[in-house]
Design a protein around this ligand. Structure first.
Ligand code: ATP
Ligand code: MG
Ligand code: MG
Ligand code: MG
Length: 482
């Protein structure tokens, strides 16, 4: 089954259970001070859960564009290094708003994965919430009893609050959950160790695919749980992980969701995927980050120096640097992958097609602008690293990291990533204090600026001095005539 057929099978299944299919909400959240990006399928239904808004339909299903790079759910550092966490991913989901509850949710999940999609029962594990004294909650006996109708008791496990109590953020709708994990190891590996011991242990082949959340509470700002007026079901299944399972692959990146983009990338850089660990990581990171960036721009969020825009810029610059260092790109390349991405996902997400020109243009400009300073920045950082190694401190000063940020456009997390690759760290306190000084300088400067972007046509007639970061959504490229 290719990924398009899998997506359709999921939605069709829930249509057959009287669900209404709704569109994905935008990935970029505009009007919620608690959330920058959609991080789960349920976000768009928050007000229904809280009882602030009636549900148009009591049963809905969809595929939701999610981004997990900030706040409570941040998977950025895992991406590319593991094979099943992405920045942007699709979350398939079905919801009940004060309609069906645990029994149907569990039975349908089982019916879809096992009966319809054919995942073998002996490879499946279900977890249920063990309870938490802090919140005065007990073991979810109900969910456990339902799973025991489908699975032997060795495959029904208790999980702690971290894994089995789902919360959108520090506040908001939440509740106990029951998760489905799949063991994809080869038989000889499975004979050596039961999969039950590897559930929730970050094993790349024993992975969580579906989370069934029973939304019953609202977490208040003071940390207390308040019962919601009604009970709801909120489920989320990683689409790319489901594709890996159903296509018999051992990595999300080996599915057709990513393979076309990786193949194009491999052609562009003249390397083969699967030949060198470092280049492979770089290819995975780029194939992943491309999606986060393209979907953000399609939603109207351009890279900038502030909030959500800076998150997108950071992701893009990470991708550029992976390409530069490990795939030897010296010119803009990411924008050339947009076409392939569109061919792959444009049916399900038409915004990729309608915004293609804008997406390519913005990515290309961003890449070119960063590539102008990347080489010098990397050279400087190399020198700093040798110095730090020589003196044995293994730490680069915050002042240097700040210079990289301010003059060469290196986001701090990028500098930290490069340092980590070399076993070094940065002095964060020093960096923060430099940033503070900078902010007060720019507050004065901002008052005098009239325009927020200085565009110079003939770049070769000027010497690029760096970026000046201002407080608001403003970045000024500083140039000097030569
Ligand atoms: P994990 O434990 O693997 O980090 P999670 O428990 O944080 O996953 P949930 O919040 O329960 O994930 O989200 C529901 C489903 O979405 C997961 O079961 C998984 O299939 C998928 N998922 C979660 N995070 C990611 C990600 N970063 N990339 C791809 N799929 C993801
Ligand atoms: Mg997670
Ligand atoms: Mg989990
Ligand atoms: Mg989970």
């Amino acid at each position: 089954m290719n990924s398009k057929a899998i997506r359709k099978a999921f939605l069709d299944f829930f249509i057959s259970k009287q669900h209404t299919i709704v569109d994905s909400a935008p990935m970029v959240v505009k009007n919620d001070p608690t959330l920058m990006f959609t991080n789960a399928g349920m976000n768009q239904f928050k007000d229904i859960f809280l009882g602030n808004q009636p549900a148009k339909s009591v049963r809905v299903a969809d595929t939701q564009k999610c981004l997990r790079v900030s706040g409570k759910h941040n998977d950025l550092e895992e991406v590319g290094h593991d094979t099943y966490h992405h920045t942007m991913f699709e979350m398939l989901g079905n919801w009940s708003f004060d309609d069906y509850f645990k029994e149907d949710a569990i039975n349908w999940a089982w019916e879809f994965l096992h009966e319809k999609m054919g995942i073998a029962a002996d490879r499946m594990y279900a977890t249920v919430f063990e309870g938490s004294p802090d919140d005065k909650l007990e073991l979810d006996e109900e969910a456990k009893a339902m799973w025991l109708k489908h699975l032997p008791k060795e495959q029904v496990l208790h999980g702690n609050k971290k894994d089995n109590f789902w919360e959108m953020g520090d506040t908001g709708p939440c509740g106990p959950c029951s998760e489905i994990h799949v063991d994809l190891r080869d038989d000889d590996e499975r004979a050596k160790k039961p999969g039950a011991e590897l559930v929730n242990q970050d094993h790349p082949l024993v992975i969580e695919i579906w989370n069934l959340v029973f939304i019953q509470f609202n977490r208040k700002a003071d940390g207390r749980l308040e019962e919601l007026p009604a009970k709801h079901v909120d489920t989320g299944m990683g689409f790319e992980r489901l594709c890996m399972v159903l296509q018999g692959k051992k990595s999300n990146y080996d599915t057709d969701v990513f393979q076309t983009v990786i193949a194009k990338l491999a052609r562009l850089c003249g390397k083969k995927y699967g030949e060198s660990e470092k280049a492979d990581i770089a290819m995975r990171v780029i194939a992943d980050h491309l999606r986060a960036i393209a979907f953000a721009i399609a939603d109207g969020q351009l890279p900038s120096n502030n909030k959500a825009g800076y998150v997108i810029r950071r992701i893009l610059r990470r991708a550029v640097r992976y390409g530069y260092t490990f795939l030897n790109f010296r010119e803009a390349f990411i924008y050339q992958l947009v076409e392939t991405l569109k061919e792959n996902m444009g049916d399900a997400f038409p915004e990729l097609s309608s915004q293609q020109v804008l997406i390519e243009k913005v990515i290309k400009e961003e890449e070119e602008s960063f590539l102008r300073t990347l080489e010098t920045g990397i050279r400087l950082l190399d020198e700093e690293m040798s110095q730090a190694k020589k003196t044995g401190t293994m730490e680069v000063s915050g002042k240097n990291a700040f210079e990289l940020y301010d003059t060469f456009g290196f986001p701090l997390d990028l500098t930290e990533l490069i340092l980590r690759e070399n076993g070094l760290t940065v002095n964060r306190a020093e960096f923060d204090s430099e940033m503070e000084k900078q902010k007060s300088r720019s507050r004065n400067a901002a008052a005098q600026e009239t325009s927020d972007w200085v565009e110079l046509k003939k770049i070769d007639e000027v010497e690029f001095l760096g970026y000046t970061t201002l407080e608001a959504d403003i970045e000024i490229a500083r140039y000097r005539k030569v």
